[in-house]
Design a protein around this ligand. Structure first.
Ligand SMILES: [Zn+2]
Length: 561
């Protein structure tokens, strides 16, 4: 009896240790470039010489991949990449929202004692972060459930991106721009993992930042600049006049970050008595730091001894987003950052290929959302482009409604394209008055240049729209008690924003929903082009299939192949 049981256990151990059940890639990397609109690929395709060139040439490329959301924000997009669910089901409708009790809640906010964020020396901060607002599990959960011995991490500058990808069961690491360290929270770890603590201690980030000056990529690597016919093809576009410096008239920040000053000039102490990291996070250096941390993560956690324990690593590169909001997608800053990324990612893949072998790595590249051109630039090009000014609109509606219905401050706040109404007042009035009130508010909004359509949340929820229609994108994003009561759909070139605004991704236009999607594992997943429309939530279903996992529970989408 005893012997047979012993043999059984031995056999079971052998089976598991040989990893017979899981013929999956040794390393799966899902790399998300924050705000990497597909538009950049169309624009710069000919100019790529490194990772993007390789991936576009060799990988399975989806040329028509979209997020199915009306305001595809960072938290919403990263959570969709993990869960494969609509925002209406995963609940992360935006980076932040307003509750019916008028509380502003960030997507990853959780101030309970069990979720406090670690500061230097693991000292607990007075604010917390977790995935408690995410209403469903995702790919990371299925991975940790099926393979409890295998490692997974997610890395980003932003907590909402890192936690979006990890969900509650993964291991998110992010950059705390108050204290300048990579950190996490008690919701995920008892202390900052040792390899991250070592990275913080040894990388010497503050010194590197102080001595950093952003140089144009093709000035640094000038063999291309001077050997290809048109020596300025990398920075010369007929629709960009940045060489004349007039571009800065239109952007949020009227100084360039390139070849201008050393970052130390921006590196003053902030209100927290730590240096100010607000310019650093907008530079190619910040992408390098994230990729260096990712390399360290692999070095310290990936065990090359057989049998291999496969690893799932999420990397979200945030700087392009910080930069794009300020300077817009047609700026030399955004374009040069992408040239740097082309090279930096190649350098990163060279490193992992050498360590793990490229045939054993599944590499995925995508984005959480795109970016629309600066409204002022679209206007200059002759398009019907307007900034629908949120505060002005709020004041006008509140004044007119006060006069007509004697209700004070009916609009509590306009956030992205959503109007949060004063719920207390709304609950007091009879249904007939309410209907007339909504009608009037919609009429005021519709009269504004740049507005395409206006809906109430109920109209969207009860409407039957074509799956790929912009109305449906907004409908997919409604989660009652987090969403606004009235939703503005601007035209393609317009947006709802505050007065001082660069640009963003607050509408369901192609600029904002259309992103790159490339899947590549040499000899396994390669050399295919999908021209038809693909939905980004199909990606976790696809990766689940490749990794022999069940599809995430709230994913209604089928694998791409
Ligand atoms: Zn983003």
């Amino acid at each position: 009896m005893k012997t047979s049981l012993f043999i059984k256990i031995l056999l079971l151990n052998l089976i598991f240790s040989l990893n017979i059940f899981s013929n999956i890639p040794d390393l799966t990397i899902i790399m998300v470039i924050d705000q990497f609109a597909y538009n950049y690929i169309e624009k710069l395709n000919e100019n790529f010489n490194y990772a993007f060139k390789d991936l576009l040439k060799n990988g399975i490329t989806c040329r028509n991949a979209h997020h199915p959301h009306g305001t595809p924000a960072t938290a919403t997009g990263h959570t969709a990449l993990n869960t494969g669910a609509f925002a209406r089901d995963h609940g992360i409708i935006n980076n932040a929202w307003i509750t019916p009790e008028y509380q502003k809640v960030k997507s990853d906010q959780d101030d309970s004692q069990n979720s406090l964020v670690f500061g230097p020396e693991n000292k607990l901060q007075n604010y917390g972060k977790s995935a408690k607002n995410t209403m469903c599990s995702g790919l990371t959960y299925e991975f940790t459930k099926k393979y409890p011995d295998y490692k997974t991490y997610s890395i980003s500058l932003k907590s909402r991106a890192s936690i979006g990808m990890s969900g509650a069961s993964g291991n998110p690491i992010w950059f705390d721009d108050k204290t300048g360290i990579f950190t996490t929270s008690k919701a995920f770890f008892n202390e900052i993992p040792e390899w991250v603590q070592d990275f913080n201690a040894n990388y010497n980030l503050d010194n590197i930042i102080k001595n950093y000056k952003w140089e144009l990529f093709y000035k640094l690597h000038n063999k291309y600049l001077y050997t290809i016919n048109s020596k300025t093809k990398y920075y010369n576009f007929d629709y960009i006049d940045f060489h004349k410096k007039t571009h800065y008239k239109y952007v949020q920040d009227n100084k360039t970050l390139i070849s201008n000053k050393y970052l130390k000039d921006y590196f003053k102490k902030n209100i927290y008595e730590y240096p100010e990291y607000s310019e650093f996070i907008k530079t190619p250096l910040a992408n390098k730091v994230l990729l260096d941390l990712s390399k360290t993560c692999i070095e310290k956690n990936f065990d090359n001894t057989k049998p291999i324990k496969p690893m799932l690593l999420w990397i979200s590169l945030s700087p392009l987003d910080y930069l794009g909001h300020t300077y817009g997608p047609d700026s030399i800053e955004a374009i040069d950052m992408i040239y740097h990324l082309d090279h930096q990612i190649k350098e990163f893949t060279n490193f992992i290929n050498k360590k793990i072998g490229e045939k054993n790595i599944l590499f995925i590249l995508t984005a959480d959302h795109g970016i629309q051109p600066l409204v002022k630039i679209s206007k200059k090009r002759g398009y019907d482009a307007h900034v629908i000014k949120a505060n002005e609109l709020k004041a006008e509606i509140n004044n007119k409604i006060k006069t007509k219905y004697n209700i004070n401050n009916i609009v509590y706040e306009i956030k992205s394209c959503q109007l949060y109404l004063n719920v207390k007042e709304l609950n007091k009035i009879p249904v007939d008055t309410k209907n007339s009130l909504f009608k009037n508010i919609k009429k005021i909004i519709r009269s504004k240049p740049g507005v395409s359509k206006v809906y109430t949340d109920q109209e969207l929820l009860n409407g039957n729209f074509k799956f790929s229609s912009v109305e449906n994108f907004y409908k997919n994003q409604i989660y009652l008690k987090r969403s606004g009561h009235i939703i503005i759909i601007p035209n393609k070139y317009s947006t709802v924003a505050e007065e001082k605004y660069g640009t963003g991704h607050r509408t369901g236009s192609k600029f904002n929903t259309h992103v790159p999607l490339i899947i590549y594992q040499p000899g396994v997943f390669e050399h295919k082009k999908f021209k038809n429309r693909v939905w980004i939530p199909q990606l976790p279903a696809t990766v689940a299939k490749i990794l022999n996992l069940p599809k995430p529970k709230n994913c209604e989408f089928e694998p791409i192949f």
